[in-house]
Design a protein around this ligand. Structure first.
Ligand SMILES: [Zn+2]
Length: 134
């Protein structure tokens, strides 16, 4: 198993992923669009025991589709989104893969909330597409 490292733009928050992702998905939901300032987010689902962080994140408590909260962790200094903890998915963290130092070998398996995908973006080959959550 290859350890993967990542962190925010300014370097105040650093992390290590000590296990393989349980899921790799592109999310097109409007909340990921707003938070990232982009058209999608590239997310890894990790066991929380496989996630080790140094440095403090700030937390924005968002409302998930389920009606349960989504805790969005970000760097309070530079604003990089780092991860989300979803109340409906205890024991898991959803890491924003764009903050990894190296994304090599991480191929998305799914695209979710494709109802909100921008029209000019072609479906990613090899992914299962879901109009909302899986
Ligand atoms: Zn930072």
């Amino acid at each position: 198993m290859q350890e993967r490292k990542g962190g925010c733009l300014c370097g105040a928050v650093r992390y290590v992923l000590k296990g393989e992702p349980r899921g790799i998905a592109i999310c097109h939901c409007t909340h990921c669009q707003k938070q990232s300032g982009s058209v999608l987010s590239f997310n890894l689902v990790i066991e929380d025991t496989d996630y080790e962080q140094s440095g403090e994140t700030r937390i924005y408590v968002d409302d998930g589709d389920s009606g349960q909260p989504v805790y969005r962790h970000f760097c309070g200094n530079c604003g990089s989104p780092i991860l989300a903890k979803i109340a409906r998915a205890p024991g898991k963290v959803v890491v924003k893969a764009g903050t990894l130092d190296n994304m090599e070998g991480l191929q998305p398996k799914a695209e979710i909330y494709t109802d909100h995908a921008v029209a000019w973006l072609a479906p990613v080959a090899g992914t299962a597409r879901s109009p909302r959550n899986m």
